[in-house]
Ligand binder design. Structure first.
Ligand code: OGA
Ligand code: NI
Length: 330
């Protein structure tokens, strides 16, 4: 598909809403203040590949500060935002996602947060002195995401009865780690006709590549996940919670026990959505293979051996909706 510099509306597909009854009413909730058992988290990872965490200890103040900075950034004139783009892949991007022609009704900032200062990930805007309040909100937010990422991975390790709690969390710690942060803004979208129940594709269906993704959004819904029977359900928003989804790497580390969940975002014509997603990944040279501690006697790996760097490179060559683990399956 050849795309113009600025994809037109006709290139963005529309999504009809599932029935309201398909709101995910039974979304697993994990209370990090301790009342949830590690078994509950494992159950959620197997069945949905998705859950919500509450009482996570991340200050709402810090979250709101970063959200306010993001809103300020996205409200700047297009010509200003364009100075930080086009996303290659880091920096500001609009409508185009990745290099393979995926388009959606959104704009975003993609930041490699393991590079310090963050501006080294070639984002003009972050080098600008007027953005220091943005940088400082970002540092604070990323620090708490690093903690939350490890905390969740350690609770999963408990639930999987791994002897070493840090078996997974140690893969995502240290300066060599491949850490990415994404701020997405889905502006109000036009509807194809009056009374249409749904919206434009904001972010097309995909699975995430890292171990887990930590997502926080404002009070606008739009996120949908696919259940194991293929049905799409809406996830009610909760700006005070974090939503965690399992990514491809953790599906492999658990030899398919955990499910890398397909998800997508639908934009709407009433309220804009702002989401922030933290992806904490391993170093590029890290081998991604089923954890030996987890394998039962005689159990074979479902996947060929590959490194995180190899996986990322292969995945970036495919469209968003591709089943990217397929070439690595045995
Ligand atoms: C993503 C993603 C969802 C959202 O960035 O990978 O799935 O709500 N985003 O923006
Ligand atoms: Ni995603």
């Amino acid at each position: 598909m050849v795309l113009s510099a600025n994809p037109g509306l006709d290139q963005i597909s529309i999504i009809e809403s599932p029935d309201m009854g398909d709101y995910l009413s039974s979304i697993p909730i994990i209370d990090l203040s301790s009342s949830s058992s590690p078994e509950t988290i494992v159950q959620a990872c197997k069945e949905f590949g998705f859950f919500k965490v509450i009482n996570h200890g991340v200050s709402i103040d810090l979250v709101e500060k970063l959200e306010a900075e993001a809103v300020k950034f996205f409200a700047m004139p297009q010509s200003e935002k364009d100075k930080s783009g086009p996303s290659n892949p880091f920096g500001y991007g609009s409508k185009k996602i990745g290099r393979k022609g995926d388009v959606g009704w959104l704009e975003y900032l993609l930041i490699a947060t393991n590079a310090e200062p963050f501006s080294e990930s070639s984002i003009a805007f972050l080098r600008d002195s007027s953005s220091s309040s943005f940088s400082s909100a970002l540092y604070d937010y990323i620090s708490s995401m690093r903690k939350l990422n490890c905390q969740v991975l350690e609770l999963m390790a408990d639930g999987l009865q791994l002897e070493q709690r840090d078996t997974m969390s140690k893969l995502v710690q240290g300066s060599e780690c491949d850490e990415i942060f994404r701020l997405n803004h889905y502006p109000l979208c036009p509807l194809p006709h009056e009374g249409f129940n749904g919206g434009l594709t904001g972010f097309g269906e995909h699975t995430d590549l890292h171990l887990i993704s930590l997502l926080r959004s404002n009070s606008t819904s739009g996120l949908q996940i696919a259940l194991s029977d293929g049905r799409w359900v809406l996830v009610p928003s909760d700006p005070e919670a974090f939503f965690i989804n399992i990514g491809d790497s953790l599906q492999v580390l658990t030899n398919g026990r955990f499910r890398s969940v397909k998800h997508r975002v639908v934009a709407n014509n009433l309220e804009s959505r702002v989401s922030m997603i933290y992806f904490g990944g391993p170093p590029l040279a890290q081998r991604i293979a089923p954890l030996p501690e987890l394998m039962e006697e005689g159990e074979q790996s479902l996947y060929k051996s590959f490194t995180w760097g190899e996986y990322k490179e292969a995945a970036y060559k495919t469209m968003l909706a591709a089943y990217r683990l397929e070439p690595f399956q045995l």
